[in-house]
Design a protein around this ligand. Structure first.
Ligand code: AMP
Ligand code: MG
Length: 542
């Protein structure tokens, strides 16, 4: 059993990125193009009065820390950036990116500062990163800070995603800085002072597609190769027979194909739980296939392929729910272009992009099968069954989470005894407005074909109603971080009451469990939240 540390000062750092990649020689912090370097050293800006809002024991455990560490005085100081531990080497990374389809040049960690890589007792490396800890050379015209509202959203959603089984960066802590930050939340010329906060994010690495794109765009192929080799040796070491194995073009191809596979799996996860990232720029795509950079994300309430939570994207809806798998592929194609100079052949890269499509299809079929409680996917029947369902969900306003959860209770044998309205009663709670006659009859007829399909599955596999319900409830979450729930926690936190943030973290630890004490959260979005800022409309201003 791993020993539990009792002091933050006992953390061991092994800062591979800093050690092995070239640093910016300029030590002053001012906005600039950083050439020939992967990162710049930068010290977090001290804040006035750091107060711990909430922390995640599961993430502390990754660092061999007990949750009692949260009560020690130096915890909030350290994760606000006021106090550096021995072994920390704070730095901000250089990256570029395609934003909304256009090459944007250098972006970089404008308000994220990596503190270093903790080496835990299982030999794992975990990079600690503060978000909102002050200016870096990559801050451009912005302030390097983050507000409480967006930090609460990032903290809670990172952990919610982890517990849902979706790959993600993690969040150790959320600290209020005791300072105020000026933000024009709706870009309408009405800036307000808002409380500031800092999240400490934790991941094996925070490398993005954009880290490769920037060096390639600048023609710095030596640095591109250095970063790719470093990434393979650290984040993808299983691709090498020996740590010292030579990395040739076949390894780059295997690596890219694994990035494609992981990204496909990530997209399938987002689609199955109804998560919309909101800003799928290539600088927000993790090379590890993790969900990264929680900004104006949202959760589907009414199932709608066209929905986007991001007001900045309301016109083109590039990053709408239904477009996410396609955008991820487009982003992978940008990464393929960026690493092409390491491979110099187009076909293997195209083949890997083809694997993305196959893997996404495979996962989407698997997830549909599981969400419907079937044992095997039978394309001849289930493709149509799925398509019909998605059409029905799309055409009325039907809450995705409540629909799948209540579908598990459909009595598949007794259904023929009931008239259409009673059949639809099983899922009626999921409707935002009572369905008209045509919609009700379409739903009833779908539920009847579904019940038949399930009966056939039972005959073939010997499965039964209880097994089916348990299987469905293990993949269809009962509780997700609905946008209005996060907003209620934010409103309280802004008054200095952090209880709702803690309650939501507790709730979201077990999204698939019944949790009767939290039944109140198994409910549709209330009407007041339909058009309320923060609940249905979010901007990139954070
Ligand atoms: P995003 O779309 O939020 O992922 O951010 C895109 C780029 O803007 C990244 O380079 C961020 O570091 C940078 N950025 C966003 N907000 C700020 C801020 N408040 N201060 C400095 N840089 C920022
Ligand atoms: Mg970003």
């Amino acid at each position: 059993m791993a020993l539990v540390l009792s002091q933050l000062s006992q953390l061991q750092f092994d800062n591979r990125l800093v050690r092995e990649l070239p640093a910016d020689e300029e030590k002053q912090v001012f906005p600039r193009q950083v050439l020939g370097a992967a990162y710049s050293y930068v010290i977090p800006t001290p804040v006035k009065n750091p107060q711990l809002v909430c922390a995640a024991a599961e993430v502390a455990a990754l660092l061999d820390l007990p949750d009692t560490i949260f009560d020690q005085d130096d915890f909030a100081q350290t994760f606000a950036g006021n106090k550096l531990l021995d072994g920390m080497q704070p730095h901000a990374c250089c990256y570029g990116g395609h934003q909304f389809g256009n090459w944007a040049g250098q972006l970089g960690d404008g308000r994220a500062i990596n503190l270093g890589e903790v080496l835990n007792q299982r030999g794992e490396h975990w990079t600690l990163q503060l978000k909102g800890a002050g200016l870096t050379p990559y801050s451009r015209t912005a302030d390097g800070l983050a507000v409480l509202r967006s930090s609460v959203r990032e903290f809670l959603c990172s952990e919610a995603m982890f517990h849902l089984g979706v790959p993600t960066t993690r969040a150790l802590s959320l600290v209020a800085t005791g300072e105020y930050v000026r933000r024009d939340m709706f870009y309408d010329g009405n800036p307000q002072m808002e409380p500031g906060a800092i999240v400490c994010r934790v991941a094996p690495s925070f490398t993005r597609f954009g880290n490769f794109e920037i060096f390639s765009a600048r023609g710095d192929i030596a640095l591109l190769k250095q970063l790719a080799d470093f990434t393979i040796r650290t984040d993808f070491s299983h691709l090498l027979a020996q740590p010292s194995s030579v990395i040739d073009s076949s390894v780059y191809v295997q690596w890219f194909s694994e990035v494609c596979i992981r990204t496909a799996q990530l997209m399938a996860h987002w689609m199955r739980v109804g998560f919309v990232h909101g800003v799928m720029n290539t600088d927000n795509m993790s090379i590890l296939g993790l969900t990264i950079d929680y900004g104006p994300y949202g959760w589907l309430e009414g199932y709608d392929l066209n929905w986007t939570p991001n007001t900045t994207d309301a016109q083109g809806r590039r990053y709408r729910y239904g477009n996410q798998p396609q955008i991820a592929l487009w982003n992978l194609a940008q990464l393929a272009n960026a690493i092409y100079p390491l491979i110099n052949r187009v076909e293997p890269l195209q083949e890997a992009l083809g694997q993305y499509r196959n893997e996404y299809e495979r996962c989407a079929e698997r997830d549909l099968t599981a969400k419907l409680g079937l044992s095997v996917y039978n394309p001849a029947q289930d493709e149509a069954l799925g398509d019909q369902l998605f059409q029905i969900l799309q055409s009325s306003e039907i809450d995705m989470t409540i629909f799948y959860r209540t579908l598990a209770d459909l009595p598949v044998y007794d259904i023929h005894q009931y008239a259409d309205p009673q059949v639809v009663d099983i899922v009626r709670d999921a409707y935002y407005a009572p369905p008209g006659m045509a919609a009700e009859s379409a739903m009833a007829s779908w539920l009847r074909s579904y019940a038949q399909r399930v009966q056939q599955d039972f005959v073939l596999t010997g499965s039964d109603e209880n097994t089916r319900r348990a299987r469905m409830n293990a993949v269809n979450p009962k509780y997700v971080l609905r946008n209005y729930m996060a907003q209620q926690a934010i409103d309280k936190a802004a008054q200095g009451d952090y209880s709702e943030v803690k309650t939501l973290l507790q709730l979201l630890r077990n999204p698939y469990e019944e949790q009767p004490q939290f039944q109140r959260y198994f409910a549709k979005r209330p009407e007041w939240a339909r058009h309320k800022a923060g609940c249905s409309m979010l901007s990139c201003s954070s």
